[in-house]
Write a protein of this length. Structure first.
Lengths: 393, 221
């Protein structure tokens, strides 16, 4: 038996390119449907778990999917904006707790998630080090985010401009890292959490600048009346919030009109949830309430349909591949006629020759299957990360 | 000793027919087989080796009547007693020189491949001048080297009967002489019988007897 395996292995090793192609083909026809199934199953679990844990989402009318992906998985495809007044309105109903969400900016590749303190308790986020944000300009990082940015408590991160060429747009705000969360293996791990007001400062809705009463700022003052001072662009704007300048930060206008991407509504009980939904469904206003699990289920149905098409295509390709591989094998038998005759003449029986050829097939199948199993294991291990990055992008 | 009585052989189709009423080759004898192409020389070697089976008649090779043996027994007999050398060498392209020589031991479970056999293979290859090319593949060898490796494969099992089918047919004069020397020396040293098919009249003087197959060839119709 050793001799049979040895000869089969030598043949495959000598014809390494042919072997590689055959092993690769076997690997692909096994891995594609299995790996796809793993990815779909994991994405289903991943998306579902988060959606199940989020009872209701309120936002501006538009795509429920965009609203859900943004508020739950921090996709940077910004949905239609709603306002902070929506959160206030939900609280005033007494039916639910409201957690405002503003997910629009990022620090390098990590989403900056602006929310309220209640969010951390709602998601069960626990600190691994440091403390929760208490002041403007402070942030707490998810575990993966801290690793990706290479920072920890006491360091700082900077918000990224929305576009590199938009000079009049959002300018970078340097934020101090005051805490890092334990990993919870959800989108939270990739986030940079800040207070809602900090996000509004990033957007330029709130700002801090040089005191115009300061004599050093006199040259920047264009017009001064009893109740108003107009300054030119030479006034020094702060791009970092510190103990010294925090008092200079202020917001103009009514905060209720400031933007949010969504509001997570956590009803007091099931009945309250139904009533709240009813109020929104009856409303003609430019807003919507969605149940994330329904949105995700719809998304998964679409994914499953696509998966079925892909599996059907892979099956057809697999049949063609097996047919081609069989043809290659039969042709190679003709080409190896003399070799087979020689083995027979010097003492190898038919059983021996058949076993040798069978061993070659088995080795190719085993190698292809082993590689497919390895790839599937990798997919199982890193599939969530891939799904995460796909959803985020 | 090879003894043939009333042998007739023909392929399933075609008009080829070989009739050998009687033929004896003594133990240790060195015999050249000559004859025109298609006269049945290679078929004769195949019959002696049990690779082909006659329609009638007896072949007794090395005291074994092949007619009474089944395929498996004939194969065991061939492994134990016969060394085969082919005109086209028939080395396996995917095995290196060393593994090609060891091939009989790899394809038959009745032979045990141990350290002594490996050492004997190395010694044989050294004795025919390819001891430094054990890891080379057939396509890296000259024609003469290929045939010397093929001869080593035939000699590894210590055969009492060497059957060579035009072993020098594809070789230059120097290699012809060298390969034939190896075969004849082995036969002389081991009292083995050597039956060699050849078209090369220059070599006939090296054999004790020449069998001309024109005597046995019979065309049907």
């Amino acid at each position: 038996m050793n001799g049979i395996l040895y000869l089969a292995w030598r043949y495959l090793a000598y014809n390494r390119w042919k072997t590689t192609i055959l092993v690769g083909s076997i690997m692909l026809i096994i891995y594609l449907p299995v790996g796809l199934n793993v990815v779909v199953e994991q994405s289903g679990q991943h998306l579902n778990a988060r959606a199940q844990a989020t009872p209701l989402l309120v936002g501006a009318k538009g795509s429920p999917l965009e609203l859900s992906l943004n508020s739950l998985y921090f996709s940077l495809d910004t949905p239609e904006l709603t306002s902070y007044a929506e959160a206030t309105a939900i609280i005033e109903t007494g039916l639910a707790e409201a957690i405002p969400m503003y997910v629009r900016f990022k620090s390098r590749a990590q989403p900056i998630v602006a929310t309220s303190f209640e969010y951390f308790g709602f998601r069960g986020l626990a600190l691994a080090s440091g403390r929760m944000p208490a002041l403007l300009g402070e942030c707490v990082l998810g575990a993966a985010s801290a690793e990706a940015l290479g920072v920890g408590v006491g360091d700082s991160v900077v918000s990224s401009p929305e576009t590199a060429f938009d000079l009049a747009g959002v300018y970078p705000l340097k934020m101090e890292v005051v805490g890092v969360f334990e990993p919870n293996f959800t989108s939270d791990d990739n986030a940079v959490f800040v207070d809602i007001k900090t996000a509004w400062i990033i957007e330029g809705l709130g700002h801090g600048h040089q005191d115009l009463a300061d004599p050093a700022a006199t040259s920047a003052v264009l017009n001064r009346t009893d109740d108003n001072i107009v300054a030119n662009a030479s006034i020094v704007q702060f791009n970092e919030i510190t103990e010294d300048n925090i008092d200079s930060f202020h917001f103009h206008g009514n905060l209720d009109s400031y933007p949010l991407t969504g509001v997570i509504a956590v009803p007091k009980d099931e009945k309250s949830g139904v009533i709240l939904m009813g109020r929104y469904l009856d409303s003609d206003a430019n807003k919507q309430i969605v149940r994330p699990r329904d949105v995700v289920e719809e998304l998964l149905d679409t994914i499953l349909t696509i998966q079925q098409f892909i599996v059907a295509a892979v099956f057809i390709v697999a049949v063609a591949t097996v047919a081609t591989a069989s043809l290659v094998f039969l042709l190679s038998l003709r080409l190896r006629r003399r070799e087979i005759d020689t083995i027979g003449k010097i003492g190898g029986g038919r059983w021996h020759v058949a076993s040798m050829l069978l061993a070659e097939i088995v080795i190719v199948l085993v190698l292809g299957s082993a590689l497919a199993a390895g790839l599937t294991a990798l997919t199982w291990r890193y599939g969530s990360a891939v799904i995460e990055s796909v959803v985020m992008s | 000793m090879i003894e043939i009585q009333n042998l007739t052989f023909h392929y399933g189709e075609g008009d080829f027919r070989l009739d050998i009423p009687g033929l004896q080759i003594a133990e240790g004898e060195r015999v050249a087989v000559v004859g025109p192409s298609g006269s049945g020389k290679t078929t004769f070697l195949n019959l002696i080796a049990g690779i082909a089976r006659p329609q009638s008649g007896d072949i007794v090779t090395a005291r074994h009547n092949l007619a009474g043996l089944d395929d498996s027994a004939v194969r065991d007999f061939r492994i134990e007693h016969i060394g085969l050398v082919f005109q086209e060498f028939e080395l396996l392209e995917y095995l290196d020189v060393f593994d090609n020589v060891l091939l009989p031991y790899r394809v038959n479970s009745s032979l045990r491949l141990d350290t002594m056999v490996r050492q004997r293979a190395v010694d044989l290859l050294g004795s025919v001048g390819v001891g430094d090319k054990l890891k080379r593949y057939p396509d890296q060898l000259s024609q003469g080297e290929k045939q010397r490796v093929a001869v080593c494969r035939a000699l590894l099992v210590n055969p009492s009967l060497l059957l060579a089918d035009e072993p020098t047919g594809n070789l230059d004069p120097a290699n012809k002489s060298r390969v034939l020397d190896i075969l004849i020396d082995y036969a002389a040293d081991n009292e083995a019988t050597l039956v060699t098919v050849t078209h090369d009249s220059d070599l006939l003087g090296r054999f004790e007897r020449v069998i001309d197959f024109r005597d046995f060839l019979e065309k049907a119709g």
